[in-house]
Design a protein around this ligand. Structure first.
Ligand code: ATP
Ligand code: MG
Length: 555
């Protein structure tokens, strides 16, 4: 991959450099404008990294602006979670602002347009308005309200504000052109009547501005230079510019880029809200969710998410990114920082027949071989151990390098052992493996001269700590949900969560803290889940060590 210095400019950086060179702006300002109607997801992370990244690179400021012009769907809980998520990702906004703080100013802007003869109050129903709008191939038609006098419009708009009408009775529209080739320019609605309680302005307002009449004006009020949004807003740009031009306010500029779509992932708040409400997941922060809070709980690091956003770059056309790239990024980071621990998921008992009875010795294991400042930890070793069931085969195929009768393996950071006898119960179930160990083969001071190919993880039975692990798979079975037939929920993977209530960990696991990241040897990367209690630690698997799906595909 290219480094920052080497890579060529993306198209947004090109635009900004040109604008700066031409003296259009002296410094740049961007904003991240979430609507507080849900938790942030990875698509928002992309937008956050982009907006904050640009002002990091070029200097300037990035505001956090809550786009809270729709009173019905917004909640304070979402505002708090959004602030928390942006900070966790590693960014600090210049100012925390709310579009609702501009309601008075926006109202004044609307009055200005009415006075210029560029806005009017319309009594038509929404059906009538839709019908009069025409189609992309046929022009719309003017209605009689369009020619209302400025005075009448001013009076009616004030009455709308004062709550003299019911919801839907009237709207304020921009007076542009009912035959305009861009449908968004056919007298778009600026204000609608809504007798609703707003989470910040309470019951003060009976009218609320539409997105198109709030967003660009908010940008201008904050003197945002580059207002970056996703491609679906391209047709709105003309209107964005029309309002700014006719209001003669700061010339913010809207620029569009392709939204992030990820394979096997639903990435829209509306869909994620359904998953939460209909209990397909256990809340917004369920580790299977592509929300920032879900990914945090799952064990993703801010560094890995930022790296992912950087790697995917910025596109001008819709595309679909492989979720494998996201997993690659987190694996790379966790490999560098994760503390290594041995944990046996499905145990089989090993008895070392020649190990002194009752003896326990402390062996040393490196916490992280990838870290030059890594410390070592003590691991108790004894004559009764657990290894993984899947690391033993009674009748192995050729080139099987794990344990089997008569074969030798190394126990990680410990000794070489040899399987001497397989003990079974009456039903033929294996109950234990009787093995011998080679005292001279101790890791670090091996004088045995024996070479073995397989190395297994293990825990001493009497010292093992039972913990719970939760393993996650993709939440959806369809690669491209936008293309998949039927409702997106038809494609939910019913087996996306597997809980192993008891697995056996080496004792050093007891020191685990919430922020710690672990590699359970040969099992993947893990972190502590907040459901953990003093008596029982619970771990989430963030990601496997290798891309098991890619392996499946190559079979
Ligand atoms: P959703 O469709 O999930 O509800 P949204 O666009 O309605 O998303 P907002 O809260 O309005 O959500 O978005 C805040 C900012 O994040 C906007 O600038 C929006 O363009 C950007 N954004 C949202 N989803 C994505 C995405 N998938 N990729 C990139 N940017 C996104
Ligand atoms: Mg939106």
């Amino acid at each position: 991959m290219e480094t920052k210095e080497e890579r060529s400019l993306n198209f947004l950086e090109e635009i900004i450099e040109e604008d700066l060179k031409a003296g259009k702006y002296t410094s740049i300002a961007t904003r991240f404008p979430p609507e507080p109607n849900g938790y942030l997801h990875l698509g928002h992370a992309k937008s956050i990294c982009l907006n904050f990244g640009l002002t990091h690179r070029y200097g300037g400021r990035t505001n956090l602006r809550f786009d809270d012009t729709n009173p019905v769907t917004e909640e304070v809980e979402y505002v708090e979670s959004i602030k928390n998520d942006v900070k966790w990702l590693g960014f600090q906004w210049a100012e925390e602002l709310y579009a609702s703080d501009y309601f008075e100013q926006l109202y004044e802007f609307a009055v200005t347009l009415i006075k210029k003869g560029l806005a009017y109050v319309d009594d038509s129903t929404s059906e009538e308005i839709a019908k009069q709008k025409g189609t992309p191939t046929t022009p719309g038609t003017d209605n009689p309200y369009r020619s209302r006098s400025i005075e009448e419009n001013l009076r009616l708009f004030e009455d709308m504000k004062d709550g003299k009408f019911k919801d839907g009775e009237k709207v304020l529209r921009a007076k542009i052109d009912m035959a305009h080739i861009n449908m968004h320019m056919r007298d778009p609605i600026m204000y609608r009547i809504k007798h609703a309680h707003h989470h910040r302005t309470g019951d003060t307002w009976k009218i609320y501005p539409m997105y198109d009449f709030a967003h660009g004006q908010s940008d201008a009020i904050e003197q945002i230079t580059h207002s970056i949004c996703t491609l679906e807003f391209i047709p709105h740009r003309e209107l964005y510019d029309w309002f700014i031009r006719n209001l003669e306010i700061f010339p913010s500029k809207q620029i569009e880029f392709a939204r992030l779509n990820l394979t096997y992932t639903a990435m829209s708040k509306r869909k994620l809200l359904q998953l939460v409400n209909e209990k397909f997941v256990n809340g917004w922060d369920d580790p299977r969710m592509p929300t920032i809070s879900g990914m945090r709980r799952r064990g993703y690091t801010p560094e890995s998410i930022r790296e992912f956003c950087d790697k995917i770059g910025i596109a001008k056309r819709e595309n679909l990114i492989d979720v494998g790239l996201l997993e690659f990024c987190v694996r790379e980071h966790l490999n560098k920082i994760a503390t290594r621990r041995m944990v046996v998921f499905e145990p089989i008992k090993v008895v070392l027949t020649n190990y002194p009875k009752g003896q326990v010795e402390m062996l040393e294991g490196e916490d992280n071989p990838e870290d030059e400042n890594s410390v070592t930890r003590q691991m108790p070793f004894s004559g009764e151990l657990y290894i993984e069931q899947e690391d033993f085969m009674e009748n192995p195929p050729k080139k099987y390098f794990r344990l089997s009768p008569g074969q030798m393996v190394r126990l990680k950071s410990a000794y070489i052992i040899k399987c001497e006898e397989v003990v079974k119960d009456a039903s033929g179930q294996i109950t234990e493996l009787r093995c011998s160990y080679i005292p001279e083969s101790k890791s670090g001071s091996d004088t045995s001269g024996i070479n073995v190919k397989g190395t297994l993880h293990w825990v001493s039975i009497q010292h093992a700590i039972p913990v719970e692990v939760r393993l996650y798979d993709r939440l959806f079975k369809a690669e491209d949900l936008a293309e998949a037939e039927g409702d997106f929920k038809d494609h939910i993977n019913q087996n996306s969560l597997q809980i192993l209530p008891v697995v056996y960990a080496e004792p050093a696991i007891k020191e685990a803290k919430t922020k710690d990241r672990y590699q359970f040897l040969r099992k993947g990367y893990f972190c502590i889940d907040p459901d953990s209690t003093a008596d029982k630690l619970i771990f989430n698997r963030t990601v496997t060590l290798r891309d098991t799906w890619a392996k499946e595909m190559n079979k």
